[in-house]
Design a protein. Structure first.
Length: 107
C-alpha cells in the first residue's frame, strides 16, 4: 500500500462521487478508488488534476493539500523514497539507517 492521502475526505467535502471526480480527471471510478485507498501511486500529475477538479467545486486547495500534513513538505522523489522505505523488512531498515548515519558523519 502506498502513502495515505486526503482525496476521499476532500472529494466528499466537494460533494462529488468517485465517478464524477473520475470524469473530471480523465479516469474511471475504479482508478479514483485506487488513488483514494493508496493502491495507485499518487503522482504529481494526479495531484494537480484532482486539485484542479476540486477547486472547480469551490474548494480552496493546492495539490499538496491532498497529502496528510506530515507529508506536505516532501517533494516527489522524497515521497517515493519514503514509500520504498516503508516496504523494507526490519533488517533492511537497520542497514538503511546505518547508511544514512555514515553519510551524515561524512558531512
Amino acid at each position: 500500500m502506498l502513502l495515505k492521502n486526503r482525496i476521499k475526505e476532500l472529494r466528499k467535502a466537494a460533494g462529488l462521487s468517485q465517478e464524477r471526480l473520475g470524469e473530471h480527471i480523465g479516469c474511471n471510478k475504479s482508478k479514483v478508488s485506487k488513488l483514494e485507498n493508496g493502491n495507485q501511486e499518487l503522482t504529481q500529475n494526479w495531484m494537480l488534476k484532482i486539485a484542479s477538479a476540486l477547486q472547480s467545486y469551490g474548494l480552496k486547495i493546492t495539490a499538496s493539500d491532498l497529502l496528510p500534513s506530515e507529508q506536505r513538505h516532501l517533494c516527489d522523489y522524497e515521497r517515493r523514497h519514503l514509500e520504498a522505505f516503508r516496504t523494507l523488512q526490519d533488517s533492511q531498515k537497520k542497514k538503511f539507517h546505518a547508511m544514512i548515519s555514515d553519510l551524515q558523519s561524512d558531512s
